[in-house]
Design a protein around this ligand. Structure first.
Ligand code: PAF
Length: 282
């Protein structure tokens, strides 16, 4: 596995592969790998002849007061994991290589970026779209793989790629969870033992809503209320950012689950802001 830091080197390497008829997969990451990242990499390894993994804690997607400086980092371990998962290149640029002095061109994220997480993180998806488009352009990958834990992110990236005619296929992978249901996240390290003990209630609340739907309940307000009621009892340390039921592609709120819908939430637990989601099928 090569470790590259210069965008130009990544571009040259990928052009070389593509000129030789190789297909390229890209897995964009911010590092501090867990089994969810490993799943993305192993999947990507199986669908293309060359695998590029990028590891870049993108300052542009963090707002003021967010955890950019505290974001967990372990480049040495991450490199070993990426290599074990079959990466051909681990791209680890410095911030000033991705954002040169006077950088001022941004991808204007689609309106769906204002919903869900976008309400409390107004410039987050502008930063995500900008860095992801840079990675698409540098790698010219045939396919990119993202996780469904950040459902809104993958929906926005699909829309961006479609709107800007980026010739790339987007694939997504299911959420990887701990045995007790907590969605794996690099940010789970922020949880104290007490918070960690309550954190699986996030997923249990969503699963409870799914059971209600399976039993015939379709009213989005009632489903939301049921989850909030459960959390009030079992997740007292949690502070709700949002919980919504939306159309899985447009992210528009739905009032009834008459067709497949997504229940998505963000909950703050101590220093961590945890997101999770579940698909509801009527
Ligand atoms: O999901 C992430 O880790 C990041 O948002 C991404 C896609 C790597 C862009 O920085």
């Amino acid at each position: 596995m090569q470790i590259l830091a210069a965008p130009q080197e990544l571009s040259e390497q990928c052009l070389d592969w593509l000129a030789g008829g190789r297909t390229v997969a890209l897995v964009p990451t911010m590092g501090y790998y867990h089994a969810g990242h490993e799943d993305l990499m192993r999947h990507a390894r199986g669908i293309a002849e060359r695998l590029v993994v990028s590891l870049f804690v993108n300052p542009a997607q963090f707002g003021p007061g967010e955890d950019l400086d505290a974001y967990p980092r372990d480049a040495g371990r991450d490199a070993a994991v990426a290599e074990a998962c079959g990466a051909d290149v681990l791209f680890m640029p410095k911030a000033d290589a991705m954002y040169a002095p006077y950088h001022g061109t941004w991808v204007d994220a689609p309106d769906m970026a204002k919903k869900l997480c976008g309400r409390s993180r107004p410039l987050h998806f502008r930063g995500v779209c900008t860095v992801v488009l840079k990675l698409f352009l540098l790698s010219r990958a045939n396919v990119a793989v993202f996780g469904n834990k950040d459902w809104q992110q993958q929906a926005i990236i699909r829309r961006m790629a479609r709107d800007l005619n980026v010739p790339i296929r987007i694939e997504t992978r299911p959420i990887v969870r701990e045995a007790d249901g907590l969605a794996l996240s690099s940010r789970n390290v922020y949880l104290t033992p007490e918070e960690r003990a309550q954190a699986p209630e996030i997923c249990r609340g969503l699963s409870y809503a799914r059971e209600m739907v399976n039993c015939g309940e379709k009213d989005a307000t009632l489903l939301r209320k049921a989850v909030l009621g459960r959390w009030a009892e079992r997740l007292p340390l949690g502070r709700l950012d949002y919980i919504e039921i939306v159309h899985p592609e447009t992210l528009e709120p739905v009032s009834r689950v008459d067709s497949p819908a997504l229940m998505a939430c963000a909950v703050r637990l101590g220093k961590a802001r945890l997101i999770d989601n579940i698909l509801l099928f009527p």
